[in-house]
Design a binder for this molecule. Structure first.
Ligand SMILES: Cc1ncc(C[n+]2csc(CCOP(=O)(O)OP(=O)(O)O)c2C)c(N)n1
Length: 579
C-alpha cells in the first residue's frame, strides 16, 4: 500500500497536512489558547516556504463558521472542517450544528480541549481558564447532533481517527462528527509522519435499494393517474438533482419543491409545479416523497386522500433521528435518488403507456399556466403597495439577478416570484430552523463559487442572528463581495404568526401590538456597510427598489464590494408558506 511520508515538527502539523490530503480545503476557525499548536504548525509550514493546501479562515463567530462550512458543502459536495475554542466555542456553534445535523451536512466539527495535565508537558495548563473550561464530557454537549465523537488521544492514532471521522461523516445518511483535540496531544513533537496515500476506507458509503423495492415502486407508480413528488433534500447531492430532473421530465410527474434545501429542477422545467403542497396534495393518488423529512404539514395543508399511496425514498426513508414522525407510508425505498431513480425509470417505462404520460404533460402545462396567471395577478396587486410587499422584493430581485446567480434564502424570499434558471441555484434555510444560517451559508457558497453572484435574502431577524459584524468581517478579509437584501419588517413576524395561529381569537389577536414580536423602529442596517467598505442603501418606496438593487449589484459585480439593501417591508401576505 502506497504510503506518504512527510517531515513535520508536531502532531498539529501532521494533522493539518492530513486534513488537506483527505480533501478538506478549509478550516473555518475561532481560536483560543487551545490553538497554540495550530498557530505554531501554520507558522512552521509557512517557514518551510510551502503554501499550506488547507486554508485556515478566522471567523469571529462560531455559528457563522459552521454555516460557512454548511454553505461550502452545498456548493461543492466536499465536507469542510471547523475548529473552535474548547467547550465555550463548541457551545456557540451548536445552533449551526443542529442545522447541519438535520439537513445531513457532513462537517468535521472539532474543538480544542483544555490541557489535561496541570504541569509537566508541552501544552500543560498555563492560565486560569484551563481549570474552569475542562468538562467531564465535552462531547456530551453535541452528542445528540453528531453521528460520532471522539478525542484524539495521541499522535500515533492520528490517521485512524481522522479517517474514521471522515468515513462516518460522508457516509449516508451524512452528518457532522465531533473531534476534540487536547493541547498536549497536538503540541507533541513528531519528526516524521507516514500515512496511506490512498486510504482503504469507506468514504461516501451509501445504501442501495433492492430490485424488489424498485419493482414494487414501479407497480404503484404505473397504476396511478395523479402522481406527485416532494423532494426537499434531494438536490443536496448534485447527481440526485440531475436524476430527478430526468425522471420527472420523462414521466411528466409534478415536483413540488416545498421547503427545499436547493432546487433540483429549474423553475421553467415542465414538471416543476411550484413550492407549496396546496392545492395538489388532495388530488394526488400517489406521492413519491424523496429525501423529504416533512412533505406537508397536517395542521396547515390537511392530508392526502386516504387511498393515496405513499412511497418514501431516501438513504434513511424513516428519518430515524427524528423522535416523532408519522407520515403514512406504503413503501420505503432505501437508497440514494441518484441510484434508484434511473432504475425506477427503466422499470416504470416497461409498465406505462405513452398516452398516460401525454395526458399528464397536458395537465401539468395547464396547472403551470394557471399558477403563472395567479402570480401575475398577485404581482399587479402588490407592486405599488406601501410598505413594500415581500412579493415585490422577490420579483425585483428576480429582475436584477443573472441566470447563474446563487440565492441563499433565510427565509423571506417568496420563491414562486423568482425564476431559477439552473438546478441548485437556490439554497433555502435548514429544516431545523436554527436562525443565523443564511449569512454564513452565503459566505460559504461564495468562497466555493467566487466567480458567481451570490445574493443572500434575509429577514431582519435572520440577519441579526447571523452575526453580521462577524460575517461582513470575513468577507472583507477575503475580499469577496456578496449582495445582502434584508427584508426589514422590524419584527419577528413568524413569532406573531405562531401566536395568532394557535390562538386565532385570543387576546393577542385582538391587541394592537402582539407581545414579543415587535422590533421597531426599523434599524438602519445599510449604515453597517460603511464599517466594511461596502455599499448600503435603504429603500422604503416600491418604485425605488429596482434602481437601488441595480446600484447595489453594480457595487458587488463591478466594484468588488459587499452591499446591503435594507428594504423596509410590510407583513408577508397570508398564504405564502415559509417553513
Ligand atoms: C436560534 C433561533 N432562535 C429563535 C428562533 C425562533 N424564530 C423563528 S422565526 C423567528 C423570527 C425571524 O425574524 P425575521 O427573520 O425578521 O423574519 P420574520 O419572521 O419577521 O418574517 C424567530 C425568532 C429560531 N428559529 N432560531
Amino acid at each position: 500500500m502506497a504510503a506518504k511520508t512527510i517531515e513535520v515538527e508536531t502532531v498539529a502539523e501532521a494533522y493539518l497536512t492530513l486534513l488537506a490530503e483527505r480533501g478538506v480545503d478549509y478550516l473555518f476557525a475561532n481560536g483560543g489558547t487551545d490553538f497554540a499548536p495550530i498557530v505554531e504548525a501554520l507558522a512552521a509550514i509557512a517557514a518551510k516556504g510551502t503554501t499550506p493546501r488547507l486554508k485556515l479562515v478566522s471567523v469571529p463567530h462560531e455559528n457563522t463558521a459552521v454555516s460557512m462550512a454548511h454553505g461550502y458543502y452545498l456548493a461543492t459536495g466536499r465536507p469542510q472542517a471547523v475548529m473552535f475554542h474548547v467547550n465555550v466555542g463548541t457551545a456557540n456553534g451548536i445552533n449551526g450544528l443542529a442545522n447541519a445535523a438535520r439537513d445531513h451536512i457532513p462537517i468535521i466539527f472539532t474543538a480544542g480541549r483544555s490541557p489535561i495535565t496541570e504541569t509537566g508537558m508541552r501544552g500543560s495548563r498555563d492560565t486560569g481558564i484551563h481549570w474552569a473550561q475542562e468538562m467531564f464530557d465535552q462531547a456530551g454537549m453535541v452528542r445528540e447532533l453528531c453521528k460520532w465523537d471522539y478525542e484524539l488521544r495521541n499522535g500515533d492514532q492520528l490517521e485512524a481517527v481522522l479517517d474514521r471521522a471522515i468515513e462516518i461523516a460522508t457516509s449516508e445518511p451524512c452528518g457532522p462528527v465531533y473531534l476534540s483535540l487536547p493541547r498536549e496531544v497536538l503540541s507533541a513533537p513528531l519528526s516524521e509522519f507516514s500515512f496511506a496515500a490512498h486510504p482503504r476506507r469507506g468514504f461516501g458509503t451509501a445504501p442501495g435499494a433492492t430490485a424488489a423495492m424498485i419493482e414494487k415502486a414501479a407497480d404503484l407508480l404505473a397504476a396511478a393517474e395523479r402522481p406527485l413528488i416532494f423532494a426537499r433534500e434531494n438536490g443536496r447531492v448534485a447527481a440526485n438533482a440531475a436524476a430527478l430532473e430526468a425522471f420527472a421530465g420523462r414521466f411528466a410527474i409534478p415536483v413540488i419543491e416545498y421547503r427545499s434545501v436547493t432546487n433540483s429542477l429549474p423553475t421553467d422545467h415542465p414538471a416543476h409545479l411550484g413550492f407549496s403542497p396546496v392545492p395538489h396534495l388532495r388530488e394526488a393518488d400517489i406521492i413519491l416523497s424523496i429525501e423529504t423529512d416533512v412533505p406537508w404539514i397536517p395542521t396547515a395543508h390537511g392530508a392526502p386522500d386516504e387511498h393515496c399511496k405513499i412511497i418514501h425514498l431516501g438513504v434513511d426513508p424513516l428519518f430515524q433521528r427524528l423522535p416523532i414522525r408519522s407520515f403514512p407510508l406504503d413503501l420505503a425505498v432505501t437508497g440514494t435518488p441518484r441510484s434508484v431513480l434511473p432504475l425506477l425509470g427503466e422499470a416504470l417505462a416497461r409498465r406505462i403507456a405513452a398516452e398516460k404520460i401525454a395526458a399528464r404533460r397536458a395537465h401539468l402545462a395547464a396547472e403551470r399556466a394557471r399558477a403563472a396567471a395567479e402570480d401575475e395577478r398577485a404581482l399587479t396587486r402588490v407592486k405599488t403597495q406601501y410598505p413594500i410587499n415581500p412579493i415585490w422584493v422577490s420579483h425585483c430581485i428576480d429582475r436584477v439577478k443573472v441566470d447563474d446567480a446563487i440565492l441563499c434564502n433565510e427565509y423571506p424570499l417568496i420563491q414562486r416570484f423568482v425564476r431559477f434558471a439552473r438546478p441548485r441555484s437556490y439554497f433555502g434555510a435548514p429544516s431545523a430552523g436554527g436562525l443565523g444560517w443564511g449569512l454564513g451559508a452565503a459566505i460559504g457558497l461564495k468562497i466555493a463559487a467566487p466567480e458567481r453572484l451570490v445574493i443572500a435574502t434575509l429577514g431582519d431577524g435572520a440577519y441579526m442572528f447571523g452575526n453580521p459584524t462577524a460575517g461582513h468581517k470575513v468577507l472583507q478579509m477575503l475580499g469577496l463581495p456578496v449582495l445582502f437584501v434584508v427584508f426589514n419588517n422590524a419584527m419577528w413576524e413568524e413569532v406573531e404568526r405562531a401566536a395568532l395561529s394557535v390562538f386565532p381569537d385570543g387576546h393577542a389577536a385582538h391587541s394592537n401590538e402582539v407581545p414579543v414580536a415587535p422590533l421597531g423602529p426599523a434599524t438602519g442596517f445599510e449604515h453597517i456597510m460603511a464599517a466594511y467598505g461596502g455599499f448600503g442603501v435603504r429603500v422604503e418606496r416600491p418604485e425605488e427598489l429596482p434602481a437601488a438593487l441595480k446600484r447595489a449589484l453594480d457595487a458587488v459585480v463591478n466594484e468588488g464590494r459587499q452591499a446591503l439593501v435594507n428594504v423596509i417591508v410590510g407583513r408577508r401576505s397570508a398564504g405564502d408558506e415559509k417553513r
